[in-house]
Every structure is written in C-alpha cells, then in structure tokens.
Design a protein. Structure first.
Ligand SMILES: O=C(O)CCC(=O)C(=O)O
Length: 249
C-alpha cells in the first residue's frame, strides 16, 4: 500500500499568498511511492487508449504527424483509469486544504490527466478556467489542484500563471470550435508581462482558482510532463453535498 505524507492545513501566510496571487504551490503533497504507483498506472496509457477507449473516459489527442504514434493530450475522468489518482482526490488531508480554500461543501468537478508527452505535448494557451465553466448561472468558486506526476520544468512545459489576475474578473476569450483548449485569451500564448513559470517536482501540487490566467508551453524536451488536475467545486449553490461521499464517510 503506497504511503502518503499527511498534509498540514493551510497556514495564514499561505491563505494570504493564495488570495494575493490566485495560486499556491504545495511541495511534496504525494509521497514518492504513491507517485511511482500512479506512474505505473499511466505508463502505457497512450497505447491502451489508442487501442480502445472506455466509454467512461474522454480522450483528446495531440495533432501528431501521420504515421507517428498517437499521443493523449488530455484524458477526462482519470480517476477511472488510475486507482492511485482516485485515492489522492479522496484523501482527507487534501480535502481539508480544499475546504480551507473554498469551504466545506465540496464536490468533485472533474479529474483530468494532462499528458504533455515528450516532443509532442502542445501549448496550452492562456486562459481562465471559468471561461470554460461559466454556464447555467454558476459562480467562479471552483478550485484546481494540479499534481505533478513527472518533474515539470520550463523545458517540458510547466504551468505558468499571471499572479493577481484572478482579481480582474472574467476576460473576453476567443472560442475555437472542435479543438481541446479551444477557449483562450487573445494572443493565444504570446509572452505575458508578469507571467511566472511554476516548476515542480513529482509529487508537488499547485492549487489555483478558476479566474487566474494560466497556460503552458509545448513540451520541447525528451521528458514527459504528466500531471493531473483535480477540480473541486462547492455545492453551496447546487443540490448535493458530496464531501461525505468523497471521504467515504
Ligand atoms: O497542462 C497544463 O499545463 C495546463 C492545463 C490547464 O490549463 C487546464 O487544464 O486548465
């Protein structure tokens, strides 16, 4: 059974940083043995999903040249293909931190694998997540927790944020139909003043809200940059209270 290091709840200065920047890096959220187990579970995922994709997941593929192996860009509902990821999203101490940031009525919004394969992983253009999620009168209360499965560096396309941009509300996005990450800010991924690259070691996680502007470069290296984003929401303005379910209480 992989071990997990218990997380400390958020300190006041971490709260302050999250409020100021719109994101917060937590080092060592998942222990190396649990990361190794997740790595094994997703090791041959490109090939397996290319052969047969289960109905319960949704895969968006990279646009690779004809004749080259298919590469997953993102896989939605990753908790279905990885018991290790499924365990992380239910951890009581993870949910404690989520609760610290968005309150006690927590629901899973989605769990998504971002495979950013060596050489083939493409740019994620600048965007605010709420540009995707703004519908049916919901509010920008969602919280992401991006877990690094591989080390993430500038060379393999680590996530970048523009700190403080969550305070400016939702900006106008362009909408490109029929492509993944087709909702983006004008300029696509042109350099942005103040953008900060957040390099991570495997097992680190970055928490970020749905209004902070973020994106990531293509993977120009020979090393995969796999990560999983767990998005949580609060059921404060919805019907169900999922926290007990997530915790198995
Ligand atoms: O994979 C990345 O670096 C960014 C992913 C992202 O922006 C998202 O899922 O909203």
């Amino acid at each position: 059974m992989p071990s997990t290091a218990a997380l400390k709840r958020l300190a006041p200065e971490e709260h302050a940083r999250f409020d100021r920047d719109g994101f917060l890096l937590r080092k060592g959220l998942v222990a190396p043995d649990a990361i190794l187990a997740i790595t094994r579970e997703v090791e041959d995922l490109h090939e397996r999903m290319a052969q047969a994709t289960p109905e319960s997941v949704h895969v968006a593929w990279e646009k690779t040249a004809p004749g080259k192996p298919r590469r997953i860009r993102q896989l939605m509902h990753s908790e279905v293909v990885s018991p290790g990821l499924n365990a992380v999203l239910r951890r009581a101490d993870v949910l404690d931190i989520v609760e610290d940031l968005i309150g006690p009525r927590i629901a899973l919004f989605h769990s998504k694998l971002l495979m950013k394969a060596a050489r083939d992983g493409s740019v994620t253009p600048w965007h605010q997540d709420f540009a995707y999620w703004n519908r049916e009168g919901n509010r920008p209360v969602q919280l992401n927790m991006m877990l690094a499965i591989d080390p993430a560096t500038r060379a393999n396309g680590c996530i970048q944020f523009v700190p403080g941009t969550h305070k400016g509300g939702l900006a106008k996005h362009e909408h490109e139909k029929g492509v993944s990450f087709g909702v983006y800010l004008p300029g696509y991924f042109q350099p942005r003043e103040g953008a900060l690259a957040v390099e991570m070691e495997a097992g680190d996680a970055v928490f970020f809200g749905s209004l902070v502007i973020h994106g990531s470069d293509g993977n120009r290296s020979d090393r995969d940059r796999r990560a999983n984003t767990f998005a949580f929401t609060t059921t404060g303005d919805a019907k169900q209270h999922f926290r007990e379910q997530l915790r198995g209480e």
